[in-house]
Write a new protein. Structure first.
Length: 248
């Protein structure tokens, strides 16, 4: 069982374990269904990075795509299509930078540029509407804590049953049958407490992760790292993050 439930191996997923060695998110682009060729498993790469407010809620998304014939290009419509168009969504798979480096070489790109260079290809920023935090739950934190925050991370794509089982085991989800969530977890670090629940939502967005943070320390440094780690765990299992909203 993983020592830290915020960072787990994917288990039951086709995506290899992705260590957070880069602040950018990497995706592989598969051929269209009618263009599938056994010798061509991947046709391109997409690199993304969310922009965020100081409280870690999402304000926008930058992305760049690369294919051997077109090189690097940037389009906000690409990011939207990845999350809203079923055909595009089916062709995009989360991956690690290490895997992306291998694909980039195999497709004739040479050495994949580092993060600093890749950011120069982000030419078409996609703003994401960010409203003031809504109140979800009690206004006052429990005794012993000075602040309570609630976040919701929305994801596209779907999870297979074995992937949910993997998450439940890694996050040590109680087997009580009472929760409406598919998987949940809890962590206490330096006096701060984090709890999270994963559940299905809506018709176009497949899943959401609700994270409640109770802060007892003087800083909120743990919040950003926890949200990043939890989001990356779900990317490891094949989900694609859409936005992070704050509700309190």
């Amino acid at each position: 069982m993983a020592a830290n439930p915020l960072r787990v191996a994917p288990g039951g997923s086709d995506v290899e374990a992705m260590e957070r060695v880069s602040s950018l998110d990497y995706y592989l682009v598969l051929p269209r269904q009618n263009e599938r060729d056994p010798t061509t498993a991947v046709v391109g790469i997409v690199v993304e990075e969310f922009t965020r407010q100081h409280d870690h809620s999402t304000t926008g998304l930058d992305s760049a795509g690369w294919t051997p014939d077109s090189g690097w290009w940037s389009s906000a419509s690409l990011s939207r299509a990845i999350r809203s168009d079923p055909e595009t969504l089916a062709r995009v798979v989360p991956t690690s930078r290490r895997k992306a480096e291998g694909v980039y070489r195999a497709l004739g790109g040479g050495q994949l540029p580092d993060d600093t260079v890749l950011r120069t290809y982000f030419l078409d920023h996609q703003p994401i509407v960010n409203a003031p935090p809504l109140r979800l739950g009690p206004a006052q934190p429990p005794a012993g804590f000075h602040e309570r925050r609630v976040y919701r991370v929305l994801f596209a794509k779907d999870l297979r049953a074995e992937q949910v089982t993997s998450l439940r085991a890694a996050w040590r989800t109680p087997v009580d049958g009472m929760s409406a969530s598919a998987a949940s977890g809890h962590l206490e670090t330096d006096g701060d407490q984090l709890t999270w629940e994963l559940r299905r939502v809506g018709h176009t967005l497949a899943w959401c992760l609700d994270v409640t943070v109770l802060l007892s320390t003087a800083t909120a440094d743990a919040v950003g790292a926890a949200l990043s780690d939890l989001t990356n765990v779900l990317r490891q299992h094949g989900l694609i993050p859409v936005t992070t909203e704050r509700f309190s």
